[in-house]
Design a protein around this ligand. Sequence first.
Ligand code: 13P
Length: 337
Amino acid sequence: MHLHLVDNCSSHINMAKMEIQELTKTANSLVTNNKGILAMDESNSTCDKRFVALGIPQTEESRRAYREMIVTTPGLSDCINGAILFEETIRQTLTDGTPFIQAVIKAGIIPGIKVDGGAKAMAARTGEKITEGLDGLRERLNIYSKMGLRFAKWRAVISVGDGIPSPICIEANAHALARYAALCQEVGLVPIVEPEVLMVGNHTLERCFEVTEDVLNAVFLQLYKQDVLLEGIILKPNMILPGLTCLDQASVADVADATVKCLLRTVPAAVPGIAFLSGGQTSELASARLNAMNLRFRSQLPWELAFSFARAIQQPAMELWDGKEKNVKKAQNALYQ
Ligand code: 13P
């Protein structure tokens, strides 16, 4: 149960009480009732990369048909509160002519959109990335809000390796995340704040903990400095995991414990919800780890713990769909599962 105490808030002088209430309500609606957020916002190149691996044609029509299969899955809103769409999708329609945003709303799901321009190589920092997309963002967000979208997503990517991440990479990404979040709230969109510490590498679980703790501290410092209303955001972090090629892999309980410990140290209680990315974990592992966190700690936590998976929800369904109309029902059953 999340408390609603924002009415007397003094630091958000530019925000009307109604706007604060609206943001808080949307943020809470995204993580309520043990449901999560479906990330179906792969950029064209990422989506095509997944299609190539399965031999599905990499066309605009394939991406449209694939997303139609997802949003028309019967009962999808039993499990999903929100869906993050990609720019291309919000301008497409279902076969029957219904625009995607309307189809999502009709399915009882809150529509959102990925607004970052992708993580690009950072100047003078080998192996590190900075997410771009702030130029013109205010104007784009205004258009999205008028189209009926209610929340947005921006992903920062932090790699772990020899001598990285550098403090300046963490700071630059945290700064950009907070600038994006403040712009979103200005037009009533709830920002999903996603600082992802990548699983790639042979680092230990302890190292992932250390880096994630640094990153989250930097992010919340910037959100504070830039006057972002914490009650009106969702945090989308990585779980605390050993690197993919680390020889010492952790148990489900160890991951659950370390993740909750790290979040308790860094995420203010005012944040309504934390929705994890899957980051390349299998659907089974990502779900088992999230489940373990809720089973072990739920009653002691100030925020909801939910999912905002892309690969861990979609991969089995994409494989069954295989680009073919005749496989839609089978794929939708898998997605629902
Ligand atoms: P994964 O769950 O596949 O990591 O994707 C989540 C996401 O939205 C990445 O930005």
